[in-house]
Design a protein around this ligand. Structure first.
Ligand SMILES: C[S@@+](CC[C@H](N)C(=O)[O-])C[C@H]1O[C@@H](n2cnc3c(N)ncnc32)[C@H](O)[C@@H]1O
Length: 216
C-alpha cells in the first residue's frame, strides 16, 4: 500500500480536529470561557482597530471574543466546525452584532484575497491546527501591509521540567484538540511578520500573547 503523503495526513488530522470540536461545541464555554478569558479579551484589546476596520478572527469557535470588539468593528470569524459556528451565531444574534460575518472555512486555506483585512487575531487556534505554518502564511497573506496580527496561545515552556511535562502530556491533550509542546518559533519565525510585543497571559502566565506587524 502506498504511504500516505503529508497532505493526506494533515487532511485526516483536520477532520479529526473538526469532529473533536463539533462534539465539544455545546460544553466548550463551560471549560474554556473563564480559563482562557483574560488572554482572549487582551488579544482584542491589543488590536489597534478603529471604527470600520476589517478584522479577521481565525478559529472563532463559539464566539467568546465577540463581545470584546469595539462597537462598529467589522469582524469576520472563520472556523472549521459548524457546531462551534452555530454557537457563535447564536451569541452574535443575542448581542445584536450585525456587522459580524461567520463562515465555515479551513484556516490553512483562507478563501479571501490578499490584504483583505486590516488586522487578524488568532486566539488559541495555532496549537490546534495541523500545519500551523500554513495557517500563519495565510494570516500574513490576508492581512494588509502594516496591519496587526495578534496570536494568543500556549507554547512549549522554557524550563526543562515544564518541557518534559508538556512533552509527556501533549499526546493526550491532542485527543481533546490541542498540543502542549508547540515551539513559539512556529509563529515568531513567520516570514513577513515582525514581533512587536510578547506578553504572558492567563493563569500563572502560561500562555503568550504575541503582537506582530505584517510587513509590506
Ligand atoms: C481551542 S478552540 C478556540 C476557540 C476560540 N478562538 C476561543 O477563544 O475560545 C480552537 C478552535 O479552532 C477551530 N479550528 C481547528 N482547526 C481549524 C482549522 N483548520 N481551520 C479553522 N478553524 C479551526 C476549532 O474548531 C475550534 O473552534
Amino acid at each position: 500500500m502506498a504511504r500516505s503523503s503529508t497532505a493526506d495526513r494533515a487532511a485526516l488530522e483536520t477532520r479529526r480536529v473538526e469532529r473533536v470540536y463539533s462534539v465539544l461545541a455545546r460544553v466548550y464555554d463551560t471549560g474554556f470561557d473563564w480559563a482562557l478569558g483574560p488572554g482572549r479579551r487582551r488579544a482584542v484589546e491589543r488590536l489597534p482597530a478603529g471604527p470600520g476596520d476589517r478584522v479577521l478572527e481565525v478559529g472563532v469557535g463559539t464566539g467568546l471574543s465577540l463581545p470584546h470588539y469595539p462597537e462598529g468593528s467589522r469582524v469576520t470569524g472563520i472556523d472549521i466546525s459548524e457546531p462551534m459556528l452555530d454557537q457563535a451565531r447564536e451569541r452574535a444574534d443575542l448581542l445584536g452584532l450585525d456587522l459580524v460575518d461567520l463562515r465555515l472555512m479551513d484556516a490553512r486555506s483562507l478563501a479571501f484575497p490578499e490584504a483583505s483585512f486590516d488586522h487578524v487575531v488568532a486566539p488559541y487556534v495555532i496549537s490546534v491546527v495541523p500545519e500551523p505554518e500554513k495557517v500563519l502564511a495565510e494570516i500574513r497573506r490576508v492581512c494588509k501591509p502594516g496591519g496587526t496580527v495578534v496570536v494568543v496561545n500556549h507554547f512549549h515552556g522554557d524550563s526543562h521540567l515544564r518541557r518534559a511535562f508538556e512533552r509527556l502530556f501533549s499526546p493526550a491533550t491532542q485527543w481533546i484538540g490541542f498540543r502542549l509542546d508547540l515551539p513559539v518559533e512556529v509563529v515568531t519565525a513567520t516570514p513577513g511578520l515582525t514581533v512587536l510585543d510578547d506578553e504572558r497571559v492567563n493563569l500563572l502566565g502560561l500562555w503568550r500573547l504575541l503582537v506582530m506587524r505584517r510587513e509590506g
